[in-house]
Design a protein around this ligand. Structure first.
Ligand SMILES: Nc1ncnc2c1ncn2[C@@H]1O[C@H](COP(=O)(O)OP(=O)(O)O)[C@@H](O)[C@H]1O
Ligand SMILES: [Mg+2]
Length: 247
């Protein structure tokens, strides 16, 4: 569960202050996959960085599963990032000289999990994201982009986070593979009751999530709940209009 209240981030550069995130409030329940959309410069990356505690807001609060992360000390923030957040990046950011399995085991090592358990949990996670035992032994360069992103998602899940943050997770993938990755994230949100927030500029991807937040000039200018795809209807029924409903 994620609750953001009156969040604001100002940057002070030579050209004067820039309000990158301007008084934003929203809520994403457990098990919900949300997308943040908006043009380049609208504040998406800044917002994601605040949610992941990579940067501190000028004012406002962020609550993750009951913890007000905007009141944590630097020491607590390190622990928060390691134990509560899973990051997924556009360029996968896997460590090239480690196998897929070792990449997934690594965050658990930082988290103090014993080696036998690290390996068992990593293999299980890789299987859940559709990576075979053979693929798990390969280094990232020997995997396709879609497979690398699956490994990166397994890595993000390693320490059982309550929030997964993804910055353009399908940005380097062809659209068919991108859709499969979005479907996987959707299933993970539901089955693991995790909150997922993904930044994307791809509206088709955004429509496949549960909830879409639209940013413009640092402000939240739209919020739409996306209808799940409807089951196929008998041939003689009138066509069903799919799309978004305003909330
Ligand atoms: N470190 C920074 N210093 C100054 N301005 C910044 C910094 N980071 C982002 N900005 C500005 O904040 C605004 C939002 O940027 P960003 O969050 O990167 O947008 P997006 O990810 O939607 O493209 C832009 O005007 C950008 O120039
Ligand atoms: Mg950005």
């Amino acid at each position: 569960m994620l609750t953001v209240q009156n969040l604001r981030k100002e940057f002070h550069s030579g050209a004067g202050p820039v309000v990158a995130v301007d008084n934003i409030s929203f809520h994403v329940p457990d098990g919900v996959f949300a997308a943040i959309v908006g043009k380049s410069g609208s504040g998406k990356t800044t917002l994601l960085g605040l949610l992941g505690a990579l940067d501190t807001p000028t004012s406002g609060s962020i609550d993750v599963s009951g913890d007000k992360i905007t009141s944590l000390s630097d020491r607590q923030l390190i622990k928060y990032r390691r134990d509560r957040i899973g990051f997924v990046f556009q360029a996968y950011n896997l460590i090239p000289n480690l196998s897929a399995l070792e990449n997934v085991m690594l965050p658990m090592e930082f988290g103090g999990v014993a080696k036998v358990e690290r390996k068992a949990r990593a293999l299980d996670l890789l299987q859940q994201v559709g990576i075979t035992a053979d693929e798990a032994t390969r280094k990232p360069a020997k995997l396709s982009g879609g497979q690398q992103q699956r490994v990166a998602i397994a890595r993000a899940l390693a320490n059982r986070p309550s929030l997964i943050l993804a910055d353009e997770p399908t940005g380097n993938l062809d659209s068919a593979t991108g859709k499969v990755i979005v479907k996987l994230l959707h299933e993970l949100a539901r089955t693991k009751k995790t909150t997922i927030v993904a930044v994307t500029h791809d509206l088709e991807i955004a429509r496949q999530t549960d909830l879409t937040f639209k940013l413009a000039d640092g402000k939240l200018v739209g919020q739409e709940r996306n209808t799940p795809p409807t089951a196929p209807k008998p041939a003689n029924d009138p066509p069903v209009k799919r799309g978004v409903v305003r909330v």
